[in-house]
Design a protein around this ligand. Structure first.
Ligand SMILES: [Zn+2]
Length: 827
């Protein structure tokens, strides 16, 4: 439905002609527990002023029954995405009676039936444009208005929205809940959740401000809800941001809910933040998992100001809120919580996402040109989040933290409840920093790609810092050497560079880090001596941020084909077992596994795979009982064992209860171990059925589906292939399970016959499935062919395919081409 893809131009015209005054949304969710019911009644009353006689409201659902405009019944003109309104007056009241669809894709009003206790759970997810799957509305961020939600739901359920309820009327088996109107907000951050969720209450107080806190999860996950820790981080964050932004938290209450089958990490709905259940561990969690959760809690909280209170006008400036929130997630973690090393993980993992995306042919400036919603949907990417945040970190180095926060404070004060563009932020930063933000913006926000930094020696021995793709950087160079058996920083040189070559005068050192403290956004290479030092002694480096820099540098060089993947893997085998930072360890182990699968040549892949399994197994046995390292290595061992069954007997023994002392084998780890066995032919359908009996939960059913599809049998893979493309009843999570099963164990021999079919199917799937599910199929089933011929042929023959689809295919092509290129270097 092309009219669903709203464009920047038409929405700008609509907001120029229409001013929303208030929107009232009445939802009847009383039928939700009945699975046969596919839809729910929804009535929206929109009050708005108009300087035009015609407009439209957005709605995507089962049907539109009635449209009443200014008291008069209208003919329903509905094309599946838009409802036409004609004969507008200066002031209008439009009432739309419709039926929305319960979602299984995580877009709109998602419905989940919990097999653990047969309860039904609902929640909404909208960004960028799925509130129209629940209500008739003006689906664009610059048409803010107060929203009033009125919800009928089964009795006994928690019924939640952005605001507090003002009236609850109990009925027979049902309840009628009316919420207070919100302050003016955009449609994409409205929210509803309903179901027998478990609730934990808390409170945050500051001066005379008192905010009620709530933490929610499905009943069957209640034992795993670490509400105490979540509330503690929440209070620390509210303290921190209230001070930093000098604008009191505006949204009345602060509820946080963990929801099933969620498409992203979390969403910043004011007063009702939604989170993926992946942040609740069913048993065992490492501290780095808790750190990631705290980071996300703080990221969403920063949005309460940056994004919710002040909102981008259109999706071109999505980065305004996402870069800022991403920066704040790490900054507030480090400044206000026990997760003081948040910038370490940022340097190693978050920036890797940015560097990767920024080297794709589809990369874009941080300030993007987003013509329509499909483009917007794909821009929730490594540039918008991670590069944006990294560039803000460089900005803080440039203008200083005080000026940066003062600029933010002025920005909130000037634009509260309004919409902005980049210039609005830059002008505040200009004023407080006294620096030319336009020049900075041109260099960092309006360009693509990154500099690579390395050292060279002139013929006379003088040292030169070289940067490709030159930009103005403020950075520090650290020189490191041995102090006893530890490597510590000896000196640090701060400098501003702008040219391609800058003379530097550095002391002799065993290790030189060119982006010490990770201030700037650039790939920093290690010189030959430094590489030898880390090869021998990486794990002796004292400082975790310095080790993050080294790990990141090694990985970037491997991806770029400058460092032999075998040399990288040898460094991982030697030093990862001694990596004390669990966040770094998780990332390194994942990169090593990726290198084996993609960057190592066929000739030595089996040997490298075996070496990796053995490292994981030995490290698991060697790790301290109950440590994060033990759990991380156990997971790595299970993951690696899907490609090499040398330790199948040990995996089986672990499932039978013979586990290393102190290792918590929770349901998720059990599924991982069993899936490895299934993938290599050592576990049968009845083994999987037995495990499902042990863990007949939502997660268990998804895991069982994946394990079944992972068995090394061409007919089973064929069934997974069919299900992924054709079974439209699959939820988002179950679709992922089929895709993962299809690809399990890297068994190209079982699936390569589908390469051609993939390219024959993607155009149709893009047309017929929601963008969320279509994207999973296009990315997840992209063939790992030995050449790019087939994808190049498709691109040549499909120049007029939708831009968003082409973008995804071009990106997958580039990943494949990189792997082929890196492997070719080592033949
Ligand atoms: Zn965000």
């Amino acid at each position: 439905m092309d009219t669903a893809n709203l464009t920047r131009d038409e929405t700008a015209a609509r907001s120029a002609a229409i001013t929303a005054r208030s929107i009232r949304v009445e939802l009847d969710l009383t039928g939700a527990p009945e699975r046969a019911r596919t839809g729910f009644p929804t009535v929206t009353t929109l009050e708005f002023d108009a300087t035009t006689t015609t407009t439209w409201v957005d709605f995507i659902g089962e049907s539109v029954q009635r449209v009443v405009l200014n008291g008069e019944e209208q003919e329903v003109v509905y094309d599946g995405a838009r409802i036409a309104l004609t004969g507008l007056a200066a002031s209008n009241v439009a009432v739309v009676h419709a039926v929305g669809t319960y979602s299984r894709s995580g877009e709109g009003l998602h419905r989940f039936h919990d097999p653990a206790d047969d309860e039904t759970y609902l929640y909404t997810q909208y960004e960028p444009a799925d509130s129209r799957r629940v209500m008739a509305c003006f689906e664009q961020p610059d048409m803010k208005s107060p929203f009033t939600f009125v919800i009928d739901a089964p009795a006994g359920w928690e019924v939640l929205s952005n605001q507090v309820p003002t009236r609850v009327v109990p009925g027979v088996g049902v309840q009628h809940v009316e919420f207070a109107p919100t302050l003016p907000i955009s449609s994409y951050i409205t929210a509803v959740a309903a179901g027998p969720y478990t609730r934990v209450d808390g409170e945050w107080e500051r001066g005379d401000q008192k905010i009620a806190l709530g933490v929610f999860a499905r009943r069957s996950l209640a034992p795993y809800l670490e509400a105490g820790e979540i509330l503690e981080v929440t209070r620390q964050g509210l303290d921190f941001f209230s001070d930093a932004f000098a604008y009191p938290y505006p949204w009345g209450k602060y509820d946080q809910i963990f929801v099933p089958e969620y498409n992203l990490g979390a969403m910043e709905n004011p007063g009702l933040v939604t989170f993926t259940e992946a942040y609740l561990a069913r048993g065992a969690a490492t501290d780095s998992q808790r750190a990631a959760r705290a980071n996300t809690i703080l990221h969403e909280m920063a949005h309460m100001w940056f994004g919710d209170l002040v909102t981008m006008r259109w999706w071109d400036d999505l980065w305004l809120k996402e870069s800022f929130a991403d920066y704040m997630g790490a900054h507030a973690s480090a400044a206000a919580t026990r997760f003081t090393d948040a910038w370490v993980k940022f340097a190693a993992s978050r920036k890797a996402w940015a560097y990767q995306q920024d080297q794709l042919p589809t990369t874009h400036p941080i300030v993007a040109d987003i013509a329509d919603l499909e483009a917007a949907k794909l821009n929730f990417d490594g540039i918008t989040y991670a590069k944006g945040a990294a560039v803000l970190k460089q900005l803080v180095a440039f203008v200083g933290e005080d000026a940066f926060f003062e600029g933010a404070r002025r920005y909130f004060a000037a634009h509260a409840f309004g919409n902005t563009t980049l210039d609005d932020l830059l002008s505040q930063l200009n004023a407080v920093s006294g620096r030319d933000m336009d020049e900075w913006s041109r260099a960092w926000l309006q360009t693509t790609g990154m500099s690579t930094l390395w050292l060279e020696a002139e013929p006379d021995g003088a040292q030169v810092l070289v940067q490709s793709d030159p930009r103005p950087h403020r950075l520090r160079i650290g020189t490191y050497g041995f102090d006893g058996d530890r490597i510590v920083r000896r000196e640090q040189v701060a400098l501003d560079i702008a040219d391609e070559r800058t003379g530097v005068d550095l002391p002799e050192a065993e290790l030189i880090l060119l982006n010490d403290d990770d201030l700037t956004y650039a790939k920093a290479r290690l010189d030959a001596r430094s590489l030898e030092t880390v090869e021998e002694s990486l794990s002796l480096i004292d400082d975790s941020l310095a080790r993050a820099q080294v790990w990141a540098s090694l990985w970037n060089a491997t991806r770029d084909g400058e460092l032999d993947p075998s040399r990288y893997l040898a460094i991982v085998r030697r030093h990862a077992p001694d990596e004390p930072n669990s966040g770094l360890l998780v990332g390194v182990v994942a990169n090593a596994a990726f290198a084996v699968r993609h960057f190592v040549t066929e000739r030595i892949r089996e040997a490298e795979q075996r070496a990796l399994v053995e490292t994981a197994f030995e490290s698991l046995l060697r790790a301290d009982a109950g440590s994060d390292a033990q759990l991380t290595w156990a997971r790595a061992f299970a993951a690696a064992s899907a490609y090499d069954d040398v330790h199948a007997a040990e995996l089986t023994a672990m499932l039978e209860g013979q586990v290393p002392e102190g290792l918590p084998v929770d349901p998720d780890l059990r599924w991982q171990l069993l899936t490895a066995l299934a993938t290599t032919g050592h576990a049968s359908a009845s083994d999987i059925a037995a495990e499902l009996e042990r863990d007949d939960t939502g997660d268990g059913r998804t895991a069982a589906r994946r394990a079944l599809a992972s068995r090394p049998d061409a007919a089973i893979r064929a069934a997974a292939w069919e299900a992924a493309w054709n079974d439209t009843s699959l939820s988002n999570d179950h679709l992922d399970a089929e895709i993962a099963g299809f690809r399990a164990g890297g068994r190209r021999d079982l699936v390569e016959r589908y390469d051609g079919e993939y390219f024959r199917r993607i155009a149709e799937v893009w047309r017929t499935r929601s963008i969320e599910l279509a994207r999973r199929l296009v990315i997840g089933l992209f063939p790992a062919s030995p050449t790019v011929d087939a994808v190049d042929a498709w691109l040549a023959q499909n120049e007029s395919a939708p831009a968003a689809l082409r973008r995804l295919v071009i990106e997958q092509r580039d990943h494949l081409a990189r792997e082929i290129r890196v492997r070719a270097l080592r033949r």
